[in-house]
Design a protein around this ligand. Structure first.
Ligand code: TRP
Ligand code: SF4
Length: 325
């Protein structure tokens, strides 16, 4: 079975952008690959170093979330990045052989310059983000990495760094191949990309009340002012959400009902909230139970990190042998 590695930045509770962008595919991939899934807290720290005290509770929350949504801790290695210090040692080895120019060209660095300066994240750690990501993958000798469109450049750079390492030290770290999965860019409640920094997220385990409140507050087709005005679902972010959460039958119901003013926006949103809730009700309950059993959760985390470390140490030993350190 080929080995696959992926991770999610620790920046808070996971939301549906994370779900459709990553976690949903992880649930499927766990049956096809030997998987290493991590809460990447050092990556999260590149933007959250000022509120570092929140990172550990978030790590636990993320692991509980993954378990609640069906990631099997026996079948997969679930770990927290900072609990496996080998990531950082390999990162520094890779940092030495990565030319500045490679990093300067990465779109997520280049395009975010103003934003980074405004947020005090125009920093060395943020600059080196893709090098750490290369180390994450190589430390487990992963052959596969699932990528959505926004991570293609990062993976390409990881491959280049690993190739350069192999060339310099006559090593055979696998060059990770992308597993291309359809991962839609998920819009947030306001129609922009769903992101914590925009405050437009729906959590994967949003409680029912706040779910309803958030959906009710979503903007609708601006042309549909009164209940009797027909609307256009294609101009409405509520419909975009329906496409993620609702059945074909409900999509048809919205399409016909909206265009003929047969349904009101309240009906439409009510149905959406119901459909979202039926997806997350069970995981929400499971997650709550896990967080209420801290010893059990801790033991799962400890076990996963131990298994991760064992693999990471094997790789690092081999790396150092090759480098004759
Ligand atoms: N950069 C990824 C993201 O923003 C998270 C990540 C860190 C990752 N290290 C990784 C993903 C290694 C895949 C492989 O979502
Ligand atoms: Fe949007 Fe639904 Fe209202 Fe149509 S009925 S405008 S799709 S919320």
């Amino acid at each position: 079975m080929a080995r696959l590695m992926s991770g999610v930045r620790t920046t808070g509770q996971l939301h549906f952008g994370n779900y459709f962008g990553a976690i949903k595919t992880w649930v499927e991939l766990q049956n096809q690959y030997e998987c290493f899934f991590g809460a990447m807290d050092w990556h999260g720290m590149t933007s959250n170093y000022k509120n570092s005290s929140e990172v550990m509770p978030w790590n636990r929350d993320i692991i509980a979330e993954l378990l609640a949504w069906g990631i099997d801790p026996e079948k997969n290695v679930l770990f927290i990045q900072s609990f496996v210090p080998e990531h950082l040692e390999l990162f520094l080895i890779f940092a030495n052989l990565t030319p500045m120019g490679w990093l300067e060209r990465v779109p997520t660095w280049k395009d975010a310059e103003e934003e980074n300066k405004a947020n005090d994240t125009h920093n060395l750690g943020r600059f080196a983000y893709p090098v750490l990501q290369a180390a994450d993958i190589a430390i487990y000798q992963a052959q596969k990495v699932p990528v959505g469109q926004d991570q293609v450049a990062h993976l390409e750079l990881s491959r280049e760094i690993i190739r350069r390492f192999n060339h310099l030290y006559k090593a055979q770290l696998p060059e990770p191949q992308p597993v291309l999965t359809k991962m839609p860019v998920v819009t947030g409640l306001d129609g922009r990309k769903m992101s914590k920094s925009y405050g437009n997220t729906l959590l994967m385990t949003e409680d029912e009340k706040s779910l309803l409140k958030k959906v009710r507050a979503m903007p609708t087709d601006p042309q549909r002012v009164r209940r009797e005005d027909p609307g256009d679902p294609d101009q409405c972010n509520v419909y975009t959400f329906h496409k993620l959460f609702s059945t074909e039958k409900d999509l048809e119901w919205v399409n016909v009902g909206c265009r003929s003013a047969g349904i009101g926006c309240g009906d439409c949103k009510g149905r959406l909230a119901e459909n979202i809730n039926s997806l997350c009700a069970e995981p929400r309950e499971k997650k709550k139970q896990l967080l209420n059993q801290p010893e059990r959760l801790d033991s799962i985390i400890r076990d996963g990190c131990e298994r991760a470390r064992k693999e990471a140490q094997l790789t690092l030993r081999m790396v150092k042998e090759r480098m004759k350190l």
